[in-house]
Design a protein around this ligand. Structure first.
Ligand code: MTE
Ligand code: MO
Length: 469
């Protein structure tokens, strides 16, 4: 907009307060955001950019790139800067994401900075253990680059703080392996979006993976550090990562103390994923694995463990990853009124054939493959499949996962070959739904469980395929 006045970067830097007016730059635009600041969903963090460029913050909080915020910003534009801004395309060396690791090109990104991606669902049902390269990635911040020789884990007790290095973790404790699912609460969110838009990454059905995690048990590490899980009066066990936002806040999460007690020999302070050092994207060198609960608490790049009277103060514990009914939207949401998601509800999905597949001409049957899983260690006892949109059902064959249905942390892969109903040439709706050992079932449609963040999307999974006559 060439008809607006021009300013120098020095002019802009004088506008950092409400009194002087809060100005920021983006590319060569100058914006007066004084009025916008109070309503900013990210709170006062926006003030960090005051008097300077918003770009590092927008790059850090990639959510801005998705939400059409540039249009909003344009209404606050008051001028242009005279200096030519430094190259803002691509990831320049000072971009906080420039040092992220390389990723498999097979992954389908849902955002690039922070990096988030899922594999094609079709590949998921092929392996009981999801290969590290294909495991979905859910990062909120830049990936820390940790020198394994300098890594240390702080375990803070009331009397002392124990510091464990990587070789201490490897050699000082018995190695425990657990095959466990990590799933994002937003898995299958894209189906909710079809009902009404939500805030969040547009995940398909593959923001889930099952890996063999190995490390020291929580119990051993806490005992070694002089923390008495049974005797403590504290209410929460808190985990902190090493990935930081621009203002220095770190990713963190907590679990209720009762959960820590009952899972103390199952929770793994993990340094291996499927027999290899955990890849950088998945928490190198150490992450916590809390089997049976939502991905958001499986803190990567683990830095600290401590007991607390309070839940983790982290944004993603208190202001995100919570469920609401479908009448709550952004104008009336009160995050304090809901409880942080922990154990996830029963879910399943058809991975093969993919949505929209054209089956062979004249096919009279179709083979389906997929996964099923439930939170809290509740094993899958049945998966039902249908080729007529859910009018009639057939049991799928469940592949044993080697775990007790009362302590089932891993998923159950399944397969079924079902007849295509007579005269159904054309569109066929394939459906699956799973039942867990508590006889929990999936809801038949997504309408009733829609929520503003698009989490817990576990309705019957329906896909359309076509059969040429
Ligand atoms: N831990 C840290 N330190 N930082 C993160 O951004 N993301 C969480 C969790 N742990 C996250 C984290 C979320 S929301 C999910 S779903 C899982 O990690 C994803 O784990 P993955 O990337 O290994 O699949
Ligand atoms: Mo997540």
């Amino acid at each position: 907009r060439p008809n607006l006045p021009t300013y120098s970067l020095a002019d802009v830097s004088k506008h950092k307060t409400k009194d002087a007016g809060i100005w920021v730059t983006y590319k060569n635009g100058v914006y007066d955001i004084t009025e916008y600041v109070t309503g900013h969903p990210g709170g006062s963090k926006i003030l960090l950019a005051a008097g300077g460029s918003m770009e590092p913050y927008w790059n850090m909080y990639g959510v801005h790139k998705q939400s059409g915020i540039l249009q909003i910003a344009e209404q606050y534009r008051i001028g242009n800067i005279v200096e030519k801004p430094a190259g803002s395309e691509g990831l320049s060396a000072d971009n906080p994401y420039a040092n992220d690791p390389p990723r498999s090109p097979i992954l389908i990104p849902s955002s690039r900075a922070p990096f988030n991606a899922e594999p094609p669902a079709l590949l998921l049902a092929e392996n009981f253990l999801t290969p590290n390269d294909l495991f979905y990635i859910r990062n909120h911040l830049p990936v820390p680059d940790i020198d394994p020789r300098k890594y240390s884990l702080e375990v803070q007790g009331s009397q002392k703080t124990a510091v464990l290095d990587l070789s201490g973790l490897r050699k000082g404790f018995k190695k425990k392996s657990v095959a466990a699912v990590v799933m994002c609460a937003g898995n299958r969110r894209s189906e909710m979006v079809r009902i009404k838009s939500v805030k969040g990454l547009n995940w398909g059905a593959a923001a889930i993976g099952n890996a063999n995690w190995a490390g020291a048990t929580l119990n051993d590490v806490l005992k070694h550090s002089g923390i008495d899980l049974e005797g403590t009066e504290k209410k929460h066990l808190v985990f902190e990562g090493m990935d930081k936002g621009p203002e220095g806040s770190v990713y963190g999460a907590s679990i209720p103390i009762e959960m820590a007690r009952s899972l103390k020999d199952e929770i793994v302070i993990a340094y291996e994923m499927n027999g290899e050092p955990i890849p950088r994207d998945h928490g190198y060198p150490v992450r916590v694995i809390i089997p049976g609960i939502v991905g958001a608490r499986q803190v990567k790049w683990l830095n600290k463990i401590y007991l607390s009277d309070e839940e983790s103060e982290c944004h993603w514990q208190r202001r995100d990853y919570k469920g609401f009914n479908s009448s709550i939207d952004w104008h009336n949401v009160d995050f304090d009124s809901s409880v942080a998601i922990m154990q996830l509800p029963v879910i399943s999905a058809i991975c093969d054939p993919p949505e929209g597949t054209e089956l062979e001409e004249g096919s009279d049957e179709v083979t389906l493959r997929g996964y099923a899983w439930s939170g809290g260690g509740r094993g899958i006892v049945r998966v039902d499949v249908s080729a007529d949109g859910g009018k009639t059902w057939q049991n799928a064959e469940l592949k044993p996962n080697g775990q007790s249905p009362y302590r089932a942390w891993a998923w159950t892969l399944w397969e079924a070959t079902i007849p295509i109903p007579e005269g159904k040439a054309g569109d066929v709706e394939l459906v699956c739904k799973a039942v867990d050992v508590s006889y929990n079932v999936q809801p038949d449609s997504v309408e009733g469980i829609w929520n503003l963040r698009g989490v817990l999307s576990n309705a019957w999974h329906r896909i359309k395929v076509t059969v040429p006559p």
